[in-house]
Each structure stands twice: as structure tokens, then as C-alpha cells.
Ligand binder design. Sequence first.
Ligand SMILES: NC(=O)c1ccc[n+]([C@@H]2O[C@H](COP(=O)([O-])OP(=O)(O)OC[C@H]3O[C@@H](n4cnc5c(N)ncnc54)[C@H](OP(=O)(O)O)[C@@H]3O)[C@@H](O)[C@H]2O)c1
Length: 319
Amino acid sequence: MWGYLLFAAFLLAVGWLLRDRQKIRDVRDKYVFITGCDTGFGNLLAKRLDRQGFRVLAGCLTQQGANTLQRADSTKLKAVLLDVTDSSSIKKTADWVRAEVGEKGLWGLVNNAGRAIPIGPTEWMTMEDYFKVLNVNLIGLMEVTLTFLPLVKKARGRVVNVASVMGRMSFAGGGYCLSKCGVESFSDSLRRDMHYFGVRVCIIEPGFFKTAVTNLEGIENDLQRLWDRLSPEVRQSYGQKYFEKYVKVQRFSMNAICDGDLSKVTDCMEHALTARHPRTRYAAGWDAKLFWIPLSYMPTILSDFMLALLLPRPSQSVC
Ligand SMILES: NC(=O)c1ccc[n+]([C@@H]2O[C@H](COP(=O)([O-])OP(=O)(O)OC[C@H]3O[C@@H](n4cnc5c(N)ncnc54)[C@H](OP(=O)(O)O)[C@@H]3O)[C@@H](O)[C@H]2O)c1
């Protein structure tokens, strides 16, 4: 009995693996548009897809980023300026992409642009802090998707949204975890609605990787700014030691957990764009697979306890 079950499980696993490895045919006539290509995952993905023969259209926030990317790679790759928080910039870029792709439509839209700070305890945040992050990571992603969707529909293509394991587990206050949770939710409804039109929607859930988003100096300076602007009463309720330990935890997370191999994330993005049967969700990085995602399935009391072990306790804590 157990032998048959094991054999059936083995056959299923082999079947799944073979299905997962099937690739789409010729990529040379396929256009992919990626946001946030100045640095990090977006930059690496643009270069790698270009090498594979895709027609890459790379959205960059800065002229310097666009120039460097265009110079570094083949004449096929084209870079364009895009600020995902600016509706007129999105519209202008969409018009340019429409003219580039013509009747072929857009095979891939990779919503990668993002920012993380301000990040810290919820009570230290203002609404403006939330908007700074939400406007890029969530509202910007939604507006780009809605604007480009007709082009993706035309190609029966793929939308690849970069979320995070922090979209499942709120490790810290601020707009980041909130925005990534929103990306998950937006992608889920989009996937179900677009399925009928042959458009596939994939979510990438990276763990912690060494990029500008996880730049320790930027995070520490921003935490200092948040701390300095607190009222004396709130600051006293946390205490200087809390602040110092909080910074230490961030330092530890960034130094000990952050993975330098960005290709673990771009491999997932590439699979989403090139597999005949792309997956719905991709977990990238050992910390995502072995820690964050399993933790997100645990009872809240357990995950809260685990996170409480990592984070410091305020000086005026009553428990
Ligand atoms: N690194 C990680 O550990 C990690 C983990 C999970 C998820 N992610 C997500 O992965 C994505 C890529 O981040 P990354 O780690 O590769 O960091 P990154 O190097 O900072 O890449 C983010 C890119 O987005 C651009 N950007 C920022 N604001 C923008 C705006 N308003 N409009 C258009 N582009 C904008 C940045 O441009 P500038 O460089 O010019 O500012 C940068 O090129 C983000 O969505 C991030 O949240 C990262």
C-alpha cells in the first residue's frame, strides 16, 4: 500500500518537473518591458533577457541609469525614463512601448520598481512615510499594469509582479510590508480575471538580497531620522537602548541574511517569462524557502513569538 503511494508520488513529482521545464519557442520576436532597471534585479534581468535574444524595453528612473544600461548592452536593448509615481510619465512610456511593439503586443511586463524606506516601528511613521513607499510599490505598480494591460492581452503574455516574503509576514512597520501584501492581493485578482484571455500573472517573493533596497547605510540613516523626530514622550517610552538594538537587528539581518546572488531572483523572473507553464508564485532565496514562507503558514501566536525573539522590547513595556 505505502509502496504504491510512494511510487504515485514519485511519478507525480517527475511529471511536475518535466512540465515545469518546458520552454516557449522563439523568444526573438518577444518584447519585455521591465520597470526599475537602474540597479538591482531589474538591471540584471534586462541584461540577461537581452543576451537570450528578447527585445528588452527597460524603464529607468534616472537618465544616468538609462545611459549606463544602454551603453553596457547590445543595440537591441532600449532604455526609457519612467517614474512609476507619475501618471504622465507612465502614459508617455506606454505610448512609446506601444509604438515599439506594434501588432505583436507586449509578451512580458515585469513590475520590479520599488523602494523600502522609511521602515521601522509603526508608531514612528507618519502618513507621508506610508505614501512614499505605497506610491511606488503598490499604486505605481497598479497604474503601470492597468495602462500596459491591453498590450499584454494582445500578446497573450505575462505579468510578473515583484512582491516579497514581507508581503506575507509584516516584519516591520512602514509602507513596505503593506505594499507587498497589496501586490499579492492585486496579483491574485488580476491572475483570475486575466486567465480567460490567456494572460498569466506570476508573483515573485524574494527573501533578503544585497541591493540598494537593503542598503544598510540608507536604512540606518533613515532610522536615525525617524528617531530624532519623535516627541520626547514617545522616545522615552521606547528608550535609547531599544533604538540601538533595533538598529543592531537591522544590521544583523542585512549582514547575515542578505544573499549576494541576485540571479536567484532573476532566474525566477526568467522562468515566469520563458516557461510554457509558469508558476503562480516563486520563492527566491534560502531564507524565503526555509524560514519566511514556512513561518507565514504558522499560527499567528507562533510567528509573533518568533519575531518578538528577534526584535527588542521598549523600556516602558508592560508585558
Ligand atoms: N533586495 C531585496 O532583498 C528584496 C526583497 C524582496 C523584494 N524586493 C523587491 O525587488 C524589487 C527590486 O528591488 P532591488 O532589490 O533590485 O533594489 P534596487 O536596486 O533599489 O531596485 C529598485 C529599482 O526601482 C527604481 N525605482 C525607485 N523608485 C522608482 C520610481 N518612482 N519609478 C521607477 N523606478 C523606481 C530604483 O531606481 P533608483 O536606483 O534610481 O532609485 C531602482 O532601480 C523591488 O520591488 C523590491 O521591493 C527586494
